[in-house]
Design a protein around this ligand. Structure first.
Ligand code: ADP
Length: 679
């Protein structure tokens, strides 16, 4: 942009002034030069004419004088008075001519020559007069003797006339020299005038460029910037009023364009946001529909499962009691090794089914006193396994007697959402512990804190707003926390999001406290997941390392499943090693000869089934191709793209005969491999 230009003026005034200046200077130069050359010409003409006149007069004087001389000669020869009269007339005329000179502007030399001329003429006439008198007295001879004197006088006059003309020529030359120098001065003046005009034209051109062309280029540049969408496209204040008005009009237009553009951008952004929200809401609705259909199916399934489960549980209990009463030692051992785990697993399944049924129940919409422990434990029971699988811990500290005003289903739903969020946040790598505790803030307020040691909220103020999510598309809807807030609001409570001092996130549900349950009734019951966690069995390593039989390594985090598989494998006359985790399995594989690995897919800890197979593939590729993967979700396995064909998976729950058949096939492959490598 050009810098700010000096004081404001009008373009037309400036242009008018410039034009007047140019015209005036041109006119002065032209008139001056015309006048001067005219003046010169007139002076020269006058000089020339004067000189010619003087020459002519000089000629006349000389002619008249010679004519007088002739008259004098004739009178002396024949004294006729007519000659005398003619002599005198001519003398008068010559004298008049000489007097005419004296009216001219003569130099002192010329004037002196005129005086000499007059003197010579007078002497000539006096000599002639004497001669005439001599003739009149009859003395012709004396008169004749004077004739030569007359010649002398005429020559003198002639010389004086010539000298006069020379003096005049000198004077004229001096005049002409003077005029020539004046002419030069006039030419110099004309050149100065031309230079002045050129200077004025240059100044006007420079000013026109600076004050007319630059503003125009400013305007063009700003227009280009505006059309390119640059925000700061403005024209600076201009010197000329007209350009200043154009600049101001342009700037206010640019302001309006920018304001309109910003409005459009904001509206566009809003539109995009709305569209995005709509799309998410639509997806959410579909998901919601799917989930509610699944919830109904799940509730039906849970009901259906309850019957066989009741049978399994009852039978397991009876079997255990029967075996425990037996006097036969191996049978009593069976009660501990098989019947008790069976009973515990059936109880765990029942708890899971109960939690599902509670969770799937439709919210009553009634806000009433509900036991906090029941709500929290149901939610925890539903997510506990996921936490174990992710290697995270869940700590609950709640007094079973506490009650709050809530809708039980919605409260459970809210806590499940908070547990899901905490788990998602900790999956990033930071943290691994969630703590749920309840504080009595006052007589009327109970505060449930769900606190994790993950990365914390990026923006705790925004997180609760609908559709705010930092999760990848498809992983989060941004509605979880706003749903929690909506529920808690319905209960007459409040949700507060904060980050703990050490960085984790804390969600506090401030709920209206209801009267505590009588202590006798306050029992979290079978819902307490901690009570039902079966004891984790120690890894089983066969004693006999020199055993020649084929070795099968069973890897499963569920002790009962490890035990079931061990008993099934006993039928195959193989050596069985049991490992409770992927890490433990790798320990065995590094130190012991193993022919076949049968591993669970989903296991807690850093090495799950997938990681174990990747490790096998790298270290024992031949064994990896015949080993088996046990999973409850076949479609999931396919999507995981493991280096294992689908036919090498065993679906849970499996039947003993099928399991044995699959393992037998795999062991046969292992034998073939061993023989090949031996030869
Ligand atoms: P979504 O889980 O679908 O993203 P939510 O409303 O449940 O929607 O959560 C909104 C956002 O709040 C999350 O995307 C995440 O950024 C943040 N958030 C929620 N809980 C936690 C937590 N425990 N730790 C860190 N950030 C969290």
């Amino acid at each position: 942009m050009s810098p700010f230009r000096r004081s404001a003026g009008t373009l037309s005034r400036s242009l008018l002034l410039s034009a007047i200046l140019v015209i005036a200077a041109t006119a002065i130069a032209i008139l001056g030069s015309v006048w001067l050359s005219n003046e010169q010409r007139q002076i020269l003409e006058r000089d020339n004419k004067t000189f010619t006149d003087e020459q002519r007069i000089a000629d006349q004087i000389v002619e008249l004088t010679y004519a007088q001389q002739f008259d004098a000669y004739r009178y002396l020869q024949r004294p006729d008075s007519a000659y005398l009269v003619q002599f005198r007339n001519r003398g008068e005329q010559a004298y008049d001519r000489m007097r005419q000179y004296l009216f001219h502007e003569l130099s002192p030399e010329a004037r002196l020559q005129v005086e000499r001329m007059k003197e010579a003429h007078e002497l000539f006439e006096v000599s002639a007069q004497r001669a005439f008198e001599l003739v009149q007295r009859g003395n012709s001879e004396a008169a004749q003797a004077r004739v030569s004197g007359l010649d002398e006088r005429v020559r003198l006059l002639d010389t004086a006339v010539a000298s006069f003309l020379v003096a005049r020529a000198v004077q004229r030359d001096a005049f002409q020299e003077l005029h020539r120098s004046e002419q030069k001065r006039a030419q110099g003046l004309l050149a100065a005038g031309v230079l002045l005009i050129l200077a004025i034209v240059t100044v006007i051109a420079v000013r026109t460029r600076r004050r007319v062309l630059l503003p125009i280029s400013d305007l063009v540049e700003a227009s280009d910037q505006l059309s390119r969408g640059e925000r700061g496209a403005r024209v600076p204040p201009q010197a000329f009023e007209e350009f200043n008005r154009v600049a101001m009009a342009f700037n206010s237009m640019a302001d309006r364009v920018q304001a309109t553009r910003e409005t459009i951008e904001a509206q566009n952004e809003e539109l995009v946001q709305t569209l995005d929200n709509l799309r998410r809401a639509q997806g959410d609705l579909v998901q919601h529909e799917k989930l509610s259909a699944m919830g109904q199916m799940l509730a039906g399934l849970a009901h259906e499962l309850n019957n066989p489960l009741a049978g399994v549980l009852g039978t397991a209990e009876l079997l255990r009691e029967e075996l425990e009463r037996s006097t036969h030692e191996p049978s009593r051992a069976l009660a501990v090794e098989l019947a008790r785990p069976l009973e515990l697993e059936a109880l765990r399944a029942r708890l899971l089914v109960q939690n599902l049924l509670v969770f799937a129940r439709k919210p009553t919409g009634i806000v009433e006193p509900v036991p906090l422990a029941a709500a929290i434990n149901t939610a925890v029971g539903l997510r506990a396994h996921a936490y174990v699988l992710a290697g995270c811990t869940l700590q609950v500290d709640v007094d079973p007697a506490l009650r709050v005003y809530a809708d039980l289903q919605k409260l459970q739903h809210a806590i499940v959402n908070l547990l899901n969020n905490a788990l998602d946040a900790m999956r990033g790598g930071k943290g691994g512990a969630v703590n749920i505790c309840v504080e009595r803030e006052s007589d009327t307020i109970l505060r449930v804190d769900v606190e994790d040691d993950g990365p914390g909220f990026t923006n705790a103020d925004e997180a609760i707003k609908p559709f705010y999510t930092t999760k990848a598309p498809g992983e989060g809807t941004g509605l979880g926390l706003s749903l929690v807030e909506q529920f808690v609001h319905e209960f007459g409570g409040q949700v507060v999001l904060t980050n703990a001092a050490d960085g984790g996130a804390r969600v506090s549900l401030r709920l209206r406290a209801a009267a505590d349950l009588p202590r006798a009734d306050a029992d979290p019951g079978t819902n307490d997941p901690a009570r039902l966690s079966p004891a984790r069995g120690a890894p089983v390593v066969p004693d006999d390392a020199a055993d020649e039989r084929q070795t099968v390594l069973v890897v499963d985090d569920e002790p009962s499943l490890r035990e079931v598989q061990r008993r099934l494998l006993e039928r195959l006359d193989v050596r069985v090693i049991l490992a409770a985790s992927g890490r433990e399995a790798i320990g065995f594989l590094e130190s012991t000869r193993v022919d076949l690995v049968i591993s669970d897919l989903r296991m807690p800890g850093e090495i799950d089934g997938r990681a174990l197979f990747a490790w096998l593939n790298h270290h024992f590729p031949a064994m990896a191709t015949r080993s088996l993967l046990v999973t409850g979700d076949v479609s999931g396995v396919a999507s995981l793209a493991l280096p294992i064909p689908l036919e090498r998976t065993i679906s849970k729950p499996f039947q003993g005969a099928d399991y044995i058949a699959r393992v037998r096939d795999a062991l046969r492959d292992a034998r073939v491999d061993t023989r090949r490598s031996a030869t």
